[in-house]
Write a protein that binds this ligand. Structure first.
Ligand code: PMP
Length: 395
């Protein structure tokens, strides 16, 4: 059996139609199949490869850390310079007050830690999240996720969570003094790159402040420069009480984080002590990779490139079959008539050497979320392939 057959035989499958391409290597914005075919990566492993695959500075930082040590001890006991350096760099580039970082291994885990912290800090149990928000697949994160189709089969989930319509200022009155936290994506990713209004985000911030509710912003997909600002909440002139990061933070290595003020985070040290525990959280190699990744993003101001590239995409992707483009920066969604047409275009893109997909909660939209290092020449090539694929599938 070849690897493709073994993949179907031995690896747990979650989709009836996995892409099942065999990739031999990946560099920059390209992946190369084991058959030598090259693919332009338009989705960055779902907003992960923000600085491209195998960025030299990230690879060097990983190598350097490998030569020192890998795992030493569970999170929070020993002083590890890669963790300290990452946490400090994050705090230096976040608003004052967001200066205490808990490192974990994934987005879902960071969500779990953040909502436990909110319950512990406020001594409340209610939580509010939003329809079509995606927060992860573990029980708590799935409970916050706002899509019945994904949740129904797994009930009972966490009690006390109420979902509101994303963008509805009228419904924010439902946040009250029983609400421990509101968990929201700053820009919804899996809903198909939905950007909320500034008025809504400001009203949300204000209502949380009035009711003593922690505002937890999930920027697992929207953070790290992807939407044209280093942090997506900057678009709305607000700041969260707790910020959640993962995906692009690691530069291709698994890491997640929730970040809050010291006063809030301190709750995890007492009553009970060890209020949140992780064996691998902040793994030294992953933390070194994340620190190098954040440095590349900062040194090159990659959020500015994301904005510049967005405007080229918007200019170039005009076609009668394309109904619109949503999103911000390099978290964009191209709208087609229906799922059938979208999936035909995506399959044709793949044949033409462009890797993309649809969104979990919006199958009429095609995902455009390439590495933030993409340049205009590469981007024009991507647009050529998309337009060609649209034409070929229309015939
Ligand atoms: N929140 C958002 C906004 C996400 O996009 C994702 C992953 N798609 C998650 C949380 C969960 O992250 P992970 O898959 O690393 O657990």
């Amino acid at each position: 059996m070849n690897d493709r057959d073994l993949f179907f035989r031995y690896l747990a499958q979650t989709s009836p139609f996995p892409l099942s391409l065999e990739i031999g290597s990946a560099e920059g914005i390209y992946m190369t199949g084991s058959d030598g075919k090259r693919y332009l990566d338009l989705i960055s492993g779902i907003s992960v490869s923000a600085v491209g695959h195998r960025h030299p500075a990230v690879v060097a930082a990983i190598r350097e850390q490998l030569d020192k040590y890998m795992h030493l001890m569970v999170y929070g006991e020993l002083v590890q310079s890669a963790q300290v350096g990452l946490a400090r760099l994050l705090a230096d580039h976040l608003p004052p007050g967001l200066d205490n970082v808990y490192l974990l291994n994934s987005g879902s885990e960071a969500v779990e830690g953040a909502v436990k912290l909110a319950k512990r800090y406020t001594r409340r149990t209610g939580m509010i999240a939003f329809r079509n928000g995606y927060h992860g697949s573990s029980h708590g994160a799935l409970s916050l996720t706002g899509h019945e189709g994904l949740k129904r089969a797994f009930r009972p989930l966490l009690p006390g969570i109420h979902h509101l319509d994303y963008g509805s200022i009228d419904q924010l009155g439902q946040i009250d003094r029983h609400t421990a936290c509101v968990v929201a994506e700053s820009i919804q990713g899996e809903a198909g790159a939905v950007v909320p209004s500034r008025d809504f985000m400001q009203a949300l911030r204000q209502r949380c402040t009035e009711t003593g509710t922690l505002l937890v912003l999930d920027e697992i997909q929207a953070g790290m420069g992807r939407t044209g600002k280093l942090w997506a909440f900057e678009h709305f002139d607000i700041r969260p009480d707790v910020l959640i990061l993962a995906k692009g933070l690691g530069g291709g290595m698994p890491i997640g984080a929730f970040i809050a003020g010291r006063e809030i985070m301190q709750c995890l040290t007492a009553d009970p002590v060890l209020g949140h525990i992780s064996t691998f959280g902040g793994n030294a190699v992953c933390a070194a990779s994340a620190r190098a990744t954040l440095k590349v993003i900062l040194d090159n101001r990659l959020w500015e490139n994301a904005l510049a590239m967005e405007s080229i995409f918007r200019d170039r992707l005009r076609h009668p079959a394309i109904k619109g483009i949503r999103g911000q920066g390099l978290l964009l969604a191209l709208e087609f008539e229906d799922f059938g047409q979208n999936s035909r275009v995506i399959a044709q893109c793949l044949r033409n050497g462009l890797l993309t997909d649809w969104f979990l909660f919006s199958d009429r939209h095609m995902r455009i979320a390439p590495p933030l290092v993409i340049n205009s020449e590469q981007l024009h090539h991507a647009c050529d392939m998309i337009l060609q694929s649209v034409d070929e599938t229309a015939m």
